[in-house]
Design a protein around this ligand. Structure first.
Ligand SMILES: NC(=O)c1ccc[n+]([C@@H]2O[C@H](COP(=O)([O-])OP(=O)(O)OC[C@H]3O[C@@H](n4cnc5c(N)ncnc54)[C@H](O)[C@@H]3O)[C@@H](O)[C@H]2O)c1
Length: 436
């Protein structure tokens, strides 16, 4: 059969502002990408979550990645009906790739997305996966589903691509329009098209990976590498705690060496670094390799919440009233997915302490529904705590005055500083301090 021309080129000699792009999944990754691409192309965003699409249509992004004026100014359109994406030349899939309760990849959302796109995509369409996956998922998992649902042949009648997303939630410096975008396609021509498309959206330029599996592998080791480096610092921190040395002091000192890597101890939660290494370990296992270092790193980082809670407990006099500041998985984002602050709370409660939790960015209903935590509304008028735990380095907590913190505590309380938020803050001599 004669190979069809990718639709993005159909009738034209290059990608143009008439190229139609559909983004499938409008979350932390999909929405900023869609808004960036809509500056150069005809973009439609599809999501199965009607509430999310309703909010976006009204200019509200609850992830805080895109502000209301930018969202309203964007030419992109939103839909919950996949049929509206039928004329897209390129479908970019940015749905979640979580793990199940056994830490195995859950490709359910990716399968649903392919089930939806397959029947509507036109001949010559390119389907690009942006979700983080293990090597092989795009071609060996998505490809066959798309073939079955479309009745078309992958690499001949439609084409696959992979372009990993590298943004960090809440990072306003390394944004989607500034970072180097890795692109890979099933054919050279598809890679060219993706380089043109993504190259229009970022000033960081594009990097053409040798092939799709290489691009998939590169993304997953970027995050696995971070996880292992943090695990090393976390393990060192556990040792230093026993030796009565501050890990932050040690890191500051060691950091004066030119090639010492800059990682800080703490909780590793969220949708990426705490999850993606399990994807690589799973694929390794399938090909007969036990991913020893990767899984050890995961185990150390997973144990950090309990380690922190036990350390705080040892610094308390009996059953205490504790205020935890911060619940989200990371500073200055509202994202509660896979937050490890929950582990600290659970252990402290199991040890018999009364634990209250505050987070100005987290959604109250989400915290209740998914974590069974009732967030307290406001810090004003709070008092009587034996311990204040700075668990997430939200700017509002960094800005709290000494008087405000001490005002919430009874007499000789404990300030436990998980993130080094108040490392340089002077408290009254009566206040006991604990930090990593
Ligand atoms: N959050 C990040 O900063 C980040 C960074 C790099 C890579 N990633 C990767 O990008 C992917 C997406 O992550 P995210 O943080 O944007 O997730 P998210 O949960 O914020 O957004 C995913 C969106 O997809 C929608 N969705 C789910 N199933 C769908 C389907 N079948 N069809 C259409 N829409 C569907 C959801 O309703 C949601 O709005 C994941 O693979 C993640 O690992 C995330």
């Amino acid at each position: 059969m004669a190979k069809s021309v990718p639709a993005a080129l159909n009738g034209r000699d290059k990608v143009s502002n008439k190229t139609k792009i559909s983004i499938v999944g409008l979350g932390y990754v999909g929405l900023p990408l869609a808004v960036a691409l809509a500056k150069s192309f005809d973009v439609i965003g599809f999501d199965v979550n009607e509430e999310r699409v309703g909010e976006l249509r009204h200019g509200l992004d609850r992830t805080f990645e895109i502000d209301t004026p930018s969202l309203r100014a964007s030419s992109m359109r939103f839909t919950t009906d996949i049929n509206d994406t039928r004329d897209a030349d390129v479908h970019i899939v940015t749905v979640p790739t979580p793990v199940d309760k056994d830490n195995k990849p859950d490709l359910g959302p990716l399968k649903s997305a392919c089930d939806a796109v397959g029947p509507v995509m036109k001949e010559g369409a390119i389907v690009v996966v942006e979700s983080t996956v293990y090597p092989g998922v795009t071609e060996d998992f998505c490809g066959p589903i798309l073939e079955e649902k479309s009745g078309m042949k992958s690499g001949e009648e439609f084409y696959l691509g992979y372009s990993p997303e590298r943004i960090n939630p809440g990072d306003k410096v390394h944004t989607v329009d500034k970072i180097i975008k890795v692109v890979s396609g099933q054919t050279e021509e598809v890679t060219d098209i993706l380089a043109d498309i993504y190259g229009s959206a970022t000033t960081g330029g594009t990097f053409r990976a040798r092939n799709i599996k290489t691009a998939e592998a590169a993304k997953v080791i970027e995050n696995a590498q971070r996880d292992i480096n943090i695990a090393f610092v976390n393990e060192a921190t556990m040792i230093f705690q026993k030796l009565g040395i501050s890990a932050y002091d040690v890191l500051e000192t060691a950091g004066t060496k030119w090639n010492f890597l800059n990682f800080t101890p703490g909780l590793v939660g969220g949708h990426c670094i705490g999850i993606d290494p399990f994807y690589l370990a799973h694929r390794a296992n399938e090909v007969g390799h036990f991913a020893d270092l990767i899984l050890t790193g995961r185990r150390i980082n997973e144990s950090m919440g309990k380690f922190i809670a036990d350390s705080i407990h040892k610094n308390l006099d009996g059953k205490s009233k504790i205020l935890i500041l911060g619940l989200t998985f990371k500073e200055n984002v509202p994202d509660l997915r896979n937050t490890k602050v929950k582990d600290i709370i659970t252990v402290l409660r199991d040890l018999g302490h009364q634990v209250d939790v505050h987070d100005p960015l987290a959604d109250k209903e989400e915290a209740k529904q998914f974590l069974d935590i009732d967030l307290i509304e406001s810090l004003s008028d709070l008092s009587g705590y034996d311990a204040i735990v700075g668990a997430v380095a939200h700017s509002v907590y960094k800005d709290l005055s000494t008087a405000a913190i001490e005002g919430m505590m009874i007499g000789k309380g404990l300030v436990a500083d998980v993130k080094g938020i108040w490392r340089n803050t002077e408290f009254s001599p009566d206040i006991k301090r604990w930090q990593l």
